[in-house]
Design a protein around this ligand. Sequence first.
Ligand code: TYM
Length: 342
Amino acid sequence: MTEAAFTPRVFSGIQPTGHLHLGNYLGALKRFVETQNEGVESLYCMVDLHAITVWQEPEALRRATRELTAGFIASGLDPEKSILFNQSQVAEHAQLAWIFNCVARMGWMKRMTQFKDKAGKHAEQASLGLFAYPALMAADILVYHATHVPVGEDQKQHLELTRNIAAKFNHDYGVDFFPDTQPVIEGAATRVMSLRDGEKKMSKSDSSDMSRINLTDDADTIAKKIRKAKTDPAPLPEAPDGLLDRPEARNLVNIYAALSDRSVDQVMGEMGGKPFSEFKPALADLAVDRIAPISTEMERLMQDPAEIDCILARGADRARGIAAPILHRTYEIVGMVGAGGA
Ligand code: TYM
């Protein structure tokens, strides 16, 4: 393996916990499809080991992993072109994560805001896995020497940690083995906000289902959620800078831009100055047009779970083919007997 010559390779993952929502679609899935279609080698992973850092009912986890896979495919990922698999079928992730647990420093981990958000006031009751979560995420990426990771804004800090772990490993062992992975956080919708509160991220854990559009929602539900989305009474501003202090309006414009593959400037050129009574129906039509077919296709794919399992098993074989030699070489660098070396 030639070290320091890193061919472009994309990796990203989504947790199989609950339904996919519009934030996952615009911040991640839609961009995965664009990357796949640019022809870069891409791996997309259902991160089931990450999911169990908080309690998951086994049956619900199995279903969510299959549903997530269906969501990937229904969004346009082609299992022949991209490698689609679930994390636990490729043991190399967990194996490299252990090495990274020994590279990452406690101080780094304690600064992770996602842990603080998720553990809240009950950090003593949180699992050790939840604390170590970002080291496993670094392993997901680096076990493939991935050079680019498309994600939403909320994953930025984890990707900085990934780069720190790679740099410390390279430095400690005097090698240039792991790449300096680049986060790819691009587009109008890297942080889609709740439809009920423009200051809060759209998320699966929000107790209000009206706060998000799920990829499993049917056309009527999607339209209703947009109709009822919180807004202020003023019409849309004439120009984009008028959106700065209007979080709800800004969020809906960003969603419109991302769904229609246009820039915010272009959308404002068309919609600026219009009242929400005109803008919302246009947005609802667009969202139904883009999301409802995904939901229908997911439902169809979920009729055949055996086929989904087959796709994941095939993807895992292909993924292992890349990960195994990288893990082997890592063991060799670290000094594990049996992995080669003097
Ligand atoms: P997860 O499962 O929370 O989210 C999956 C992807 O969706 C993006 N996302 C959003 N984007 C825009 N607006 C939103 N409201 C929104 N909500 C979620 C996330 O940024 C993410 O890209 N730790 C990761 C999973 C992971 C991973 C990895 C990602 C594990 N290993 C390796 C990349 C590389 C997570 O919990 O994502």
